[in-house]
Design a protein around this ligand. Structure first.
Ligand SMILES: C[S@@+](CC[C@H](N)C(=O)[O-])C[C@H]1O[C@@H](n2cnc3c(N)ncnc32)[C@H](O)[C@@H]1O
Length: 395
């Protein structure tokens, strides 16, 4: 896709091609392309329309029905924030009194559109010309062109004094190869610029990879980890006046209807005790936010190993932050003993969870040669440093 093809897709002929593509795109791609050409759509326009329709379908998982009118690139979609997460961030900015926002490296505009929907005036800056043009087209398609405008250029040159707050979601994929970048010094805009923003602008928000090293979190910033239905999706740094607590774990449902937040200093260690009747597997946002000790308080639970984030308690407690299992057996890890026990119980199906074990679940499943009608959960872990397997059932 290039700028000319994007422009062609936005003409009346292009809109018709997109409609036609949406009608035929379910079947075989070659047949769909032939059907469009038979309907008089030029080959290049047909190919561009079919690609957009395919990307819009994929984007529905991130953006819901809004995806149907968006213009997308594969790389832009991969890097875009999910609608539910962007909407919540926008609400928080709005509630903090932010009325004007710069989105420095706005990509296709997922965050900027959410902020505009929350009533914030957004100035987007995007270095890639096609992505910038698509973001502007997305603002128009959403009826938000008066609240979200896009400038194609270098975000580092933007005059941040013009706005109440800045948001930056640096590119964490290499241009060309699309490979993930794990080293923040290779982010774009560069990490020095991003952390400098936090010093220059009183309200700065930065989206980062959930695996961010805690040592890189700017002093005084709030770091929030977000999971959607238990999948860890990102971390956000709320800097300056926007910081409310040191650490926050947010778990949201995919539709945004249910949201739970656990907060704390993130510097406490949970107490260690024996394996107890109930095992809790904390949400990854809680683990990454270093809030396992706070969760342990809520559950009346302890760890069984100081380095492993499974919690154990004598009584069952409902919690949105952890999955609960009931432990039926605790074995020092031995394939032979485990196989014998599962045979005796008629266990034919297992799910395998692990923390602190080098074993490969798929290999273990093969080695167990299971037979039977019963299901069980196996937890591969360490207890006081010793490799251990816990046989569990739904708790
Ligand atoms: C992770 S994406 C942003 C995604 C966006 N938040 C969303 O949810 O749609 C980062 C974007 O920053 C852009 N970018 C990288 N360096 C830039 C720079 N120096 N100036 C402007 N844009 C830049 C990239 O082209 C990329 O589109």
């Amino acid at each position: 896709m290039d700028l000319d093809q994007l422009a062609a897709l936005r003409t009346p002929e292009g809109v018709n091609a997109l409609d036609a593509a949406a009608r035929v795109a379910d079947g075989d791609p070659l047949a769909a392309a032939s059907a469009l050409r038979a309907a008089g759509v030029p080959a290049a326009l047909a190919a561009a329309a079919l690609t957009q329709v395919e990307l819009r379908r994929r984007a529905a998982a991130k953006f819901g029905p809004a995806a149907a009118g968006m213009f997308l690139t594969r790389a832009g979609l991969e890097q875009a924030t999910r609608g539910v997460v962007a909407a919540r961030r926008a609400e928080r900015l709005r509630a903090a009194g932010v009325r004007t926002l710069a989105d420095l490296g706005c990509g296709l505009g997922a965050d900027a559109l959410a902020a505009a929907r929350a009533g914030i005036r957004v100035y987007g800056v995007e270095a890639d010309p096609l992505t910038a043009a698509m973001a502007a087209a997305n603002a128009e398609a959403a009826g938000l062109a008066d609240l979200f405008t896009v400038e194609c250029g270098d975000a580092t040159a933007f005059d941040v004094d013009r706005v109440d707050a800045v948001f930056c979601d640096p590119a964490r994929r290499a241009t060309g190869t699309g490979r993930r970048i794990f080293d923040p010094s290779a982010y774009s805009p560069p990490w020095d610029f991003v952390t400098g923003l936090a010093e220059r602008v009183p309200r700065t928000v930065v989206k980062v990879a959930p695996g961010i090293d805690h040592g890189l979190i700017p002093a005084g910033a709030e770091a929030e980890w977000v999971s959607v239905d238990g999948d860890l999706v990102e971390a956000t740094l709320w800097c300056g006046r926007l910081a409310e607590v040191p650490r926050r774990a947010t778990r949201t449902s995919a539709d945004g209807e249910r949201r739970h937040q656990l907060t704390g200093a993130g510097d406490r260690e949970a107490a260690v005790g024996p394996v107890r009747r109930y095992l809790y597997d904390p949400d990854p946002a809680v683990v990454r936010a270093h809030l396992v000790a706070e969760l342990a308080d809520d559950l009346g639970a302890t760890l069984a190993d100081p380095d492993i984030a499974y919690l154990y308690a004598d009584t069952p407690v409902e919690s949105p932050y952890a999955r609960r299992l009931e432990v039926t057996d605790v074995l020092p890890f031995s394939l032979k003993r485990l196989r014998a026990l599962l045979r005796e119980r008629g266990v034919g199906r297992v799910e395998i969870l692990k923390r602190g074990s080098a074993l490969t679940p798929e290999q273990l499943r093969r080695d167990l040669r299971l037979a039977g009608d019963t299901a069980a959960s196996l937890v591969l872990t360490r207890v006081a440093g010793a490799p251990t397997v816990l046989v569990c059932r739904a708790g």
